[in-house]
Write a protein that binds this ligand. Structure first.
Ligand code: AMP
Length: 460
């Protein structure tokens, strides 16, 4: 059996130490199977899903080839959504910590073009982005791919589903033929097969069964009368008391109604769907990721590319018709070897959907009686953290350490009262223990960060 130790690979010792510091002690299955080929410079088609460790697979590979002294784009990673691009960009930055002076630029729609152009003008080694915006930069000649070594197509099946096929081909035409191409896809339909044939050169195929992950996700189904869906949903929260969860709904309206219902029953929840403005959507995702909101009610489209580590529970308020969507939804819990639980409600009319899932997984679904749920009516969900927004960010050369320094120094907070800090171009978001909020707001009435007065406001 191939070794699962990172030190068995031909990567720098500094990278092995960096991976160790990230808690990546041994390779995941996809890494064992594909990293040797990726590092040998071969084209690879990897059938692997989010949660398998695929980002590190291509990230480690492409970083080994980056020449930090050459300031042109050497690696391009195409992603279907902004959220996924952000998530991939963050992971690559972590993996690049051991190599000084590597610049990663994220190019997605919905962000001002001129900022992106300015970033590119300063030179960027690795580009992560969505196809539309990358094509825009190529058309306006603000991005040049002549020096590209590695092209990665992440979640290629989703990009094709979203109609990006032609744009992707146009982008590829502007890359050198000598490039290494790595394609990651959760599924392998004919459209992907054809694409692979056209753009990869003698590829190595790797497939990781999602089975081992499905096994550590406990799946429980509950048959409910339609009129009782909300009440049983509440019972699931009371019984399982998940620390973080996503409730999947079918429609935007259903998302709003369910979030409203939960709010009315002492469970703070945020709805996320396509009708939200991009800014509101970003804020919901930030609040969820920094633990100042612990229940998200989402449609499948809105949940794509969510940056969530180890979600305790996925709840299907209604089952999807397509079993593959079900597998994709529940794959968001139990990531990277952690235990997760997937809870599903279905009505008599949705029996066929349960049957389809049984056939897809080739095993019977575990259907439990709702009476087995132990209800704790006193249970409530109020996150311990809250999110504060300040009006300075990357453009003001603010780093997490500056914020941490001001809050633990002048404002008098302890480090444990400060959670995740997200720095954007012109704003930053800080998760703060609710008990320390008053102190922080008081501080910002006159307080400074890096010698500059900043405006702060609560967004949750
Ligand atoms: P991905 O499939 O790229 O979305 O990765 C899923 C999660 O697994 C991410 O949070 C990674 O940080 C984490 N991860 C990736 N590789 C490893 C590893 N070898 N050991 C532990 N965690 C990992």
């Amino acid at each position: 059996m191939a070794s699962d130790s990172f030190s068995s690979l031909s990567i720098s010792r500094a990278q092995v130490a960096n991976l160790d510091s990230l808690g990546y002690l041994k390779m995941t299955a996809i890494q064992v199977q594909s990293l040797p080929s990726v590092l040998a410079g071969k084209d690879v088609i990897a059938q692997a899903k989010t949660g398998s460790g695929k980002t590190a697979t291509f990230g480690i590979g492409l970083l080994e080839k980056i020449n930090s002294r050459f300031f042109g784009a050497q690696a391009l990673i195409l992603c279907p959504t902004r959220e996924l691009a952000d998530q991939v960009g963050k992971e690559i930055r972590k993996l690049a910590r051991c190599t000084p002076n590597i610049k990663v630029v994220i190019l997605c729609g919905g962000k001002p073009f001129q900022f992106q152009r300015a970033s590119l003008e300063h030179g960027a080694h690795i580009i992560v982005g969505t196809p539309g915006r990358i094509q825009d930069h190529l058309n306006r000649e603000t991005l040049n791919l002549n020096g590209l070594n590695t092209l990665v197509l992440d979640e290629a099946d989703r990009m094709l589903d979203m109609g990006f096929s032609e744009v992707i081909n146009e982008i590829i035409e502007q890359t050198p033929k000598s490039r290494q191409t790595l394609l990651f896809s959760a599924t392998y339909p004919d459209s992907i097969r054809q694409m692979c044939h056209a753009i990869l050169n003698d590829p190595v195929m790797v497939s990781v069964e999602s089975e081992h992950r499905a096994n550590i996700i406990e799946q429980v189904f509950y048959k409910v009368p339609e009129y009782d869906r909300n009440d049983i949903l509440l019972a699931l929260f009371e019984h399982f008391q998940p620390e973080t969860s996503v409730v999947f709904c079918h429609t935007k309206k259903q998302c709003d109604e369910v979030a409203h219902f939960l709010e009315g029953h002492n469970i703070e929840a945020l709805a996320i769907h396509g009708d939200l403005e991009q800014r509101d959507r970003d804020q919901v995702l930030i609040r969820f990721a920094n633990k100042s909101c612990s229940v998200l009610v989402a449609t499948d489209v809105a949940a794509r590319g969510l940056d969530i580590k180890s979600l305790s529970a996925v709840i299907n308020y209604e089952l999807p018709r397509d079993p593959e969507i079900f597998i994709h939804r529940i794959g968001r819990t139990g990531r990277a070897g952690e235990q997760g639980i997937a809870l599903s409600l279905f009505t008599q009319a949705e029996n066929m959907r349960v049957k389809a899932i049984e056939e897809y997984q080739d095993k019977a679904c575990n259907i439990e009686n709702v009476n087995s749920l132990n209800r704790d009516a006193k249970f409530s969900v109020h996150p311990v953290m809250a999110t504060m927004q300040i009006d300075v960010g990357r453009k003001n050369k603010i780093r997490p350490g500056d914020i941490l320094g001001a809050l633990t120094g002048d404002a008098g907070l302890s480090a444990s009262q400060i959670g995740k800090i997200d720095i954007f171009d012109i704003a930053s978001y800080i998760a703060i223990d609710r008990k320390a909020l008053r102190k922080v707001l008081g501080y910002f009435a006159n307080g400074k960060i890096k010698g500059r007065l900043v405006r702060a406001r609560m967004i949750s």
